[in-house]
Design a protein. Sequence first.
Length: 499
Amino acid sequence: MYALLGAAGLTLSVVGCQDLTERPDFASPEAFFKNGADMEAAINGAYTPLNQQWFNTFYNRCVFDCALGITTGYEKGPQYYKQGSYVASDEYIDAYWRDNYDGINRANTVLARIGDVASDKINADLKTRIMGEAHFLRAMYYYNLYVFFENIPVVDKPTAVLGEYSTNEGGKEKALALMTADLLAAEKELPAQPAGGRPTRWAAKTLLAKVYLEAGKNNEAAAKAEEVIKTSGIQLFSNFAHNFDVEHENQGERLFEIQNDFFRNPTNFNNMHAHFTPTDWDGGNPFTLEPGDNVTAAGWGDAWIIGDTKFRSQFAAGDRRIDPTFMEQYRSKNAGGDVVRYDPNAPSPFIAPGSPDRRFKNVIFQKVIEYRTGGWQNVRKNFVLLRLADAYLVHSEAVANGAAGDAYFGINTIRQRAGLAPLSGLSNTALKNEIFWEWLREFAGEGWAFATARRFNKSAELIRDYAGGRVVDNTKWRLLPLPLVEINANPGIRQNTGW
């Protein structure tokens, strides 16, 4: 497999967690993996592919969401995804595939090598924790791939020789089986309490519930989600915004997140802030409307990723998630520092220089945006990959799919936090539809909509309703094409149907 270079497991630059500070140079396997410090450096390096600075996994998932039409943007990727013009040679698909398989190979290397370390060279508790992290990370990387491609090659050993290829025949079933086995191991190996952004057993159990859901094991999914909800001691934040601020990082319902902090480590930052901000924003707090520093925003092309106004209308008035999710007022440099406000009926998507209008209709996602940073790269916000809300919605979805339990329990808990009335008395079809939209509202702008639509078989429906009325075949468009470079390099790979 072209992305699984043998050196990948040993190139251990670290950006995964705030306290992952080991930065070893390249070393051969024979000279490395000798003691606990070596293994800790190796597992630290396995976090790196989660957060490459440019075509990183978070941004690419947000670009993939544009294929549904509920988001778009002013950068070429979001544009041609919304138009349905993306192909197997697409650079976003290529980068996403490469980064996740890089992470898999690093985790494989840790799991293959840790058993060779003499017992007097590594603390038993450290060894168990490292194995748990490796199992969890491998499952997380496979999950990232599975929910966009499904039919993926599965490898559970490090790549040692270039030219070794794995077929994707039966890849869907193999991926589900390996993720399940890894997470069953990780939930026993990982600690209950968080430490510096590393995953806990509750993160493993929540991801396992999502994997069970993907596998159609609804009873197991509901039971695992309920286990997390009722025995973890973790509660939903009363304030939805706490999921995205700096003050509550690695706490509470935030079960696993990509670590970002330019000020702790200048190589550990992301460019998402620049991708989501409007060009004319002055960088100030949109809630207090105090003047900004005029250097915080980048907004290349006036926000690379924006939402669709019709999708924004899916949020009921009074939904407490609106303010943390969308920036709907700010001071505009193009308007001489005046306050401008969102209006879906505004004549222009953005505020042009010198325009007398003080309205815009761009739907600006602000979960990753920070205020008055002094520069677009000076960011500290983490990106949450798993939170307790996942478990609640998994529970409702699994029960709606046939598992035992109260299908309204999870969704109504999420709606209660959002300040919305509880649901009741719906047909099963109507309830499933409400659960689907609750997933999209709760995780809006976080890059999971494409994967959610695939699971609910709603990809074609959303493309028709949000992407310019295109009528497409759900069988093809529910998945992304496997990257052409992989197809060309690996004779054992078969392309997804229709691509």
